[in-house]
Design a protein around this ligand. Structure first.
Ligand code: GLY
Length: 435
């Protein structure tokens, strides 16, 4: 007798509550194989397509308990902190399927020194760097090598541990803040001082089962708060895909000279890497160079890349987790996507919360426009702001310029007190298209 194929729909748990996690929940929700999506803790956007679970991303035991009790078929992890804390190891120990790297493998993000030593040994194109565990030695190095240079805290520092120092004074100040004032705690016990490379940045997300790799279309984040890439660094004020700075030929080069050798080097060290790997690159006159790895999808890159993915994200993640990635390459919708982030007044510093967000229903009715919530909550049946980055409006278009126009048309209909967003997301791609 031939066994009857199981038709039971799958359940998925997304760990996190930001824009990237709403995007992951949205993509899983679209899968014909998926019946239930949970988000822990989620936000007001995930609540519309998933069941929010009141468990924080740091409570790994409670997340494992929930996944076991609900018989979750696959857990996907958004942020780096639970990966660096070993959520995948804990789930593996309990035989719970989870998409993401183990604690050891997540060190490609949680230790900049581990990542740099790995890639230098593997001959991956990257800027040379020196390692310091002593502030005085770091200062002496700056005395000799000068500026510009890049000072990187070794550990996780909520995206604030990297300083591009254009002058020696800025470099000394970064060493002081990191190693003497210990602004990032033990994350700054050791630092890297890296040569500065100028060029245009791009992000490549790839999915791997530990051996096979499938890359996604290139994207570009806008990390600075203000138009023209001015103002302080943020978690990301917008993104678009595909980013023309990485053309098809260069993407092949990045795959073959950066991503595949890294996965192979990790495997050689006895650290198989499964999940999404994010390569932050800079393209200069010599070609692409690795700036950093992240051990998860990018935020807000996911909000621009995943809406163009035609493959079933559940199948992608489930097959990678089973060690049998079924995708040599992904299928993409033609055209482009642009995600513009709206933030609360004061972000990335102190900001207000609890402001009512208006216009969401109007935007929901627009074609090829999606609002991905980040810092939002529901209060008295109203969607209110609850974070620094509040939401992203993603629009699809025939070209980046077309998607930009549609994204800003939609963003113009969203309103909340103190709303702030950049007006130039995608400007580098638009300038290229004009020649
Ligand atoms: N967009 C930068 C990051 O996800 O780390």
């Amino acid at each position: 007798m031939v066994a009857k194929a199981s038709k039971k729909k799958k359940s998925v748990l997304v760990v996190g509550g930001g824009g990237r996690e709403h995007t992951l929940a949205w993509a899983f929700h679209k899968s014909p194989q998926v019946g239930r999506v949970f988000a822990a803790p989620g936000n007001a956007g995930t609540a519309q397509i998933a069941e929010n679970v009141a468990v924080g991303t740091g409570d790994i035991e409670a997340l494992a308990k929930f996944a076991r009790s609900e018989k979750v078929d696959l857990t996907g992890v958004g942020p780096e902190a639970p990966l660096a804390e070993g959520i995948v190891d804990r789930f593996h120990a309990a035989k719970l399927p989870i998409f993401g790297p183990t604690k050891q493998a997540a060190r490609i993000e949680s230790s900049k020194i581990f990542a740099k030593e790995l890639v230098l040994k593997a001959g991956i194109p990257t800027a040379p760097a020196e390692i310091f565990d002593d502030a005085e030695a770091a200062r002496r190095y700056i005395d000799i090598s000068g500026a510009p240079c890049v000072i990187k805290a070794d550990g996780l520092a909520a995206g604030k541990g990297v300083v591009v120092a254009l002058t020696e004074e800025e470099a000394y100040a970064a060493v002081e803040a990191t190693m003497v004032e210990r602004k990032f705690g033990s994350a700054g016990d050791r630092i890297l001082i890296e040569d500065y490379v100028s060029g245009e940045e791009a992000s490549i997300l790839a999915v791997t089962d530990g051996e096979r790799v499938a890359v996604m279309i290139p994207s570009q984040d806008h990390k600075r708060l203000k138009d023209g890439d001015g103002g302080p660094n943020t978690g990301g004020m917008g993104a678009y895909a595909p980013a023309p700075v990485i053309d098809g030929k260069m993407l092949k080069t990045v795959t073959e000279t950066v991503i595949e050798p890294t996965i192979a080097a990790l495997a050689d060290e006895g650290i198989p890497y499964q999940g999404c790997i994010y390569a932050g690159l800079i393209v200069d006159f010599e070609g692409p160079k690795l700036l950093e790895f992240n051990c998860r999808f990018g935020d807000p890159e996911a909000q621009a890349v995943l809406p163009l993915l035609q493959d079933d994200l559940y199948e992608v993640c489930a097959s990678a987790t089973a060690g049998n990635l079924e995708f040599g390459r992904f299928e993409w919708q033609s055209g482009a996507a642009v995600a513009v982030v709206a933030a609360s007044k004061g972000y990335p510093g102190e900001y207000e919360k609890g402001r009512i967000i208006k216009g969401l229903d109007e935007v929901a009715a627009m074609e090829d426009v999606i609002v991905f919530h980040a810092g939002t909550a529901v209060e008295d049946d109203k969607v209110v702001t609850a974070g620094g980055r509040v939401l992203a409006v993603t629009a699809l278009g025939v070209t980046v310029a077309d998607a930009v126009k549609r994204a800003y048309d939609a963003m113009g209909r969203v309103r909340f007190a103190g709303m702030y967003y950049r007006r130039d997301i995608g400007y580098k791609a638009v300038a290229r298209s004009r020649g």
